[in-house]
Design a protein around this ligand. Structure first.
Ligand SMILES: Cc1cc2nc3c(=O)[nH]c(=O)nc-3n(C[C@H](O)[C@H](O)[C@H](O)COP(=O)(O)OP(=O)(O)OC[C@H]3O[C@@H](n4cnc5c(N)ncnc54)[C@H](O)[C@@H]3O)c2cc1C
Length: 568
């Protein structure tokens, strides 16, 4: 076919031509070849299954014979033939992952890391698994040139260029979805067997089961599929994932699975109400459109009330941990009038002397680790190994991008012992009561409301003891317990009433130290001490801490050994 020369596009393409032909073709068209398929190959990626607009285009430059399958026939083939289904689904998913990894898509997003709207759009594209190229206007040297070229004013950022055709200025996710045609293949007049409202884990599970039974299913989602779970970095307790799974990956797998069985996904639209006067029922969208359905499942999850804090004045960093301070950067940009970030002086010092160097170290060392993973990928001998390494590469690259864009924000107000904020409405005492989980833990105490905030010095899970001072910790909890409070807001777990957990933790530390001291005195090895003490602690405390206690107790025994070995 010679028609390739008269098209001009910036989109990437699947091609079916010789490298030489490609070079001359792409010089003229601006197209970027992604892959060349030869005899026996097949084109396509996830849009073949989802029915959405294609992201890439195939171009034929040598005569030959092709078997053309419509998306509908392909889906029916995938549903009927398990062997072909495995081959196609694996290839389509991996091809989509590769497009995402290399940013080869039909979207360019220009934004600033300080812009909440840019973040929202990035999240929308990422969670919809839509590949895009991101240009960070804060760091990109050509940013002014780009803005001038598209005649963009500062208040119009973020800007999205879709399919090299439309320029969207500070668009809503609905506008972006429309421009990308994410919902364009959905026939809103069709009477569906089932409409599911909400694409969290429940909605997606319902879609998989209903579609796999042959029902005609449409899922409608306000924002992006995945729901609350989509924002979780690791979910450990979902059935079938013994090593855990990220929320994003869980959602991506569920979407691919539901679409494989023919379920359709409408995103960036809310269901405003249902009209159940007569059958078929009508599901009424936020834009007034009415979609008919024989049955409706509402899987809209939970909505959380957000505190309406017009003027946030203070944020307290209760302690240092490697990544905890990384959230500080969110506050000054959200409350530009000025937020003081308070910590003990010891915590600020730890951030400066341990946290920041570690971020810098990771920025320097991660590229080599990623390169090594890529070498490992070439050597991988099974599809499972490839999948696992590819996932690791994706996660490492995403993390590295985050690290590079991080604006480290240090506490702005520090103190050594106590800091008391006297306000007309309330008094807040921020107290350093001694070393505990770290050397700089602080408690926030509201005497009038009788509330104590403990950070990680006390919480509802198993204590993490990596940086702790266990003997001091017992004394510090003793002092804290004497404050006059009814409620404890802890770093993890539910709000607690009363002082029971203080007693539990103190006794646990005493037992841990005493039990570890005995094998240490007998000259036992570290492994012997770990096994002996862990068994004792598990039998006494397994039901009192969280279900993972028996896995984490060993590291506490090792910590106790170190403390005892170096005790004066
Ligand atoms: C950060 C984080 C970590 C978590 N970690 C774990 C964990 O490790 N283990 C665990 O078991 N649980 C975890 N959870 C909880 C778990 O994610 C939820 O229990 C689960 O997501 C609930 O699923 P769902 O489908 O019922 O609801 P949701 O996940 O809330 O999904 C509901 C969906 O419906 C959409 N929706 C709402 N209203 C409308 C409307 N009118 N029209 C269209 N769409 C609508 C929403 O946008 C949302 O996507 C975590 C939650 C969060 C936030």
């Amino acid at each position: 076919m010679k028609s390739c020369l008269n098209r001009v596009t910036q989109m990437s393409h699947f091609s079916s031509c010789s490298p030489e032909a490609w070079r001359s073709c792409s010089r003229i068209t601006g197209e970027r070849p992604l892959v060349t398929h030869g005899p026996g190959g097949f084109t396509g990626e996830m849009t073949m299954i989802s029915g959405r607009r294609s992201l890439v285009r195939g171009r034929v430059t040598e005569p030959g014979e092709f078997l053309e399958l419509s998306a509908e026939s392909l889906r029916s083939l995938v549903a009927k033939d398990a062997e072909l289904s495995e081959i196609f689904m694996r290839a389509f998913i991996l091809r989509r992952l590769e497009l995402i990894r290399t940013g080869q898509g039909n979207v360019i997003l220009m934004g600033s890391r300080h812009s909440a709207n840019a973040l929202r759009l990035r999240e929308f594209l990422t969670r919809n698994e839509h590949p895009y190229t991101y240009i960070d206007l804060d760091t990109d040297k050509t940013s002014q040139e780009l803005l001038d070229r598209f005649d963009v004013k500062l208040d119009e950022i973020p800007v999205v260029i879709c399919s090299a055709r439309s320029v969207l200025r500070n668009p809503s996710i609905q506008e972006l979805a429309e421009c990308l045609g994410l919902n364009s293949a959905i026939d809103e007049t069709q009477v569906r067997d089932l409409i599911i409202v909400g694409a969290g884990p429940s909605g997606l599970a319902a879609a998989v089961y209903a579609a796999s039974e042959g029902l005609d299913v449409l899922v409608i989602e306000t924002a992006t599929p995945g729901g609350q779970a989509g924002s979780s970095s690791k979910i450990e307790n979902y059935l079938g994932f013994p090593t855990g799974v990220s929320g994003q990956e869980l959602a991506a797998r569920a979407i691919a699975q539901s679409e494989k069985f023919g379920a359709k996904m409408m995103v960036a639209h809310s269901v405003a109400r249902l009209d159940c006067e007569k059958r078929p029922y009508k599901v009424v969208l936020d834009n007034g459109n009415r979609l008919p359905a024989c049955a409706v499942i509402i899987a809209t999850g939970a909505q959380y009330n957000k505190p309406r804090i017009a003027n946030l004045e203070f944020v307290v960093n209760t302690h240092f941990h490697w990544d905890h301070y990384q959230g500080n950067e969110a506050y000054p940009s959200s409350w530009p009038a000025g937020v003081e970030i308070i910590s003990s002086e010891a915590t600020r010092t730890s951030i400066e002397q341990r946290g920041i160097p570690r971020v810098k170290h990771e920025i320097m060392t991660m590229p080599a680790q990623i390169e090594q993973l890529k070498v490992d990928l070439q050597k991988a001998s099974t599809p499972e190994q490839r999948d696992s390494i590819q996932k690791n590469i994706f996660e490492a690259e995403t993390y590295l991008t985050e690290l590079k864009s991080m604006q480290i924000t240090l506490p702005t107000m520090t103190f050594d012992r106590n800091l008391i904020l006297h306000r007309k409405s309330r008094t807040v005492e921020i107290l350093w009561l001694g070393r505990a989980h770290t050397d700089g833990d602080v408690f926030a105490f509201l005497p009038k409301e009788k509330v104590l905030v403990t950070g990680d010095a006390l919480h509802g899970w198993t204590p993490y003891m990596g940086d702790s001072c266990p003997y001091d910790w017992i004394k510090t909890l003793d002092v804290a317990e004497k404050l006059d409070f009814d409620y404890v807001i802890a770093g993890h777990g539910d709000v607690m009433r009363g002082k029971e957990t203080f007693e539990l933790w103190k006794q646990y530390f005493r037992d841990l130290l005493e039990q570890t001291a005995a094998p240490y005195a007998d000259g036992a090895t570290l492994d012997q001490a770990k096994n002996r003490v862990s068994d004792y602690l598990i039998s006494k405390y397994a039901t009192k801490f969280d279900p993972k206690f028996s896995q984490s107790v060993g590291s506490n025994v090792i910590k106790a050994c170190q403390v005892i070995a170096f005790a004066p």
